[in-house]
Design a protein around this ligand. Sequence first.
Ligand code: FES
Length: 219
Amino acid sequence: MSFLEMLDVLNDQLTMEGKEPVAFDHDCREGICGMCGAVVDGVAHGPERQTTLCQLHMRHFNNGQTICIEPFRATAFPLIKDLIVDRSGFDRIIQAGGFVSVNAGSAQDANNLPVAQQNAEQSMDAAACIGCGACVAACPNAAAMLFVSAKISQLALLPQGQPERKRRAQAMVTAMDNEGFGNCGNERECENVCPKGISIRNIARLNREYLRASLAADE
Ligand code: FES
């Protein structure tokens, strides 16, 4: 059974005993929505690399093993209940600029807009971020820079993301700071726990994007 199914069984038992079930976030249970997440034995999303909590299976634990489960901890992720934290700070960062607002018209033929293969692949890799918040929970500074850099990169690498590129970098970094997230200290803990394998190379790109935006007026 999966880790979340184990929690379901636990909650059924607790309910039968007239006790409060453990509150936890989940939705797709397929590793694509980013809703699930907890720190299992000190590691965000548990011991399996590049695996969300919902895709973690109990076969990775020993029979009768005691497992310590904690919520993602960060000042910018206030605790709501049990394993549920408020990750709406991520939503506000996206609202600050993580989108393209220009009217792109109807879909054009792909060959009209050539994209270098390397850029397309790096952009798709960055777009794999599901916004779960494990990077924040794992970082000693509670930095959200892996998340923000993935969202910045997926657009900055493509022609469609160029029109608001500078304003986007400035607005999203400002929103990140306002939410109380820390700064990257090159610990790489975020990269290690990211269920989608997002690289901290994106953080280097974020820093370049922000510097570039700070040195020039928006186009
Ligand atoms: S419940 Fe959707 S990623 Fe885990």
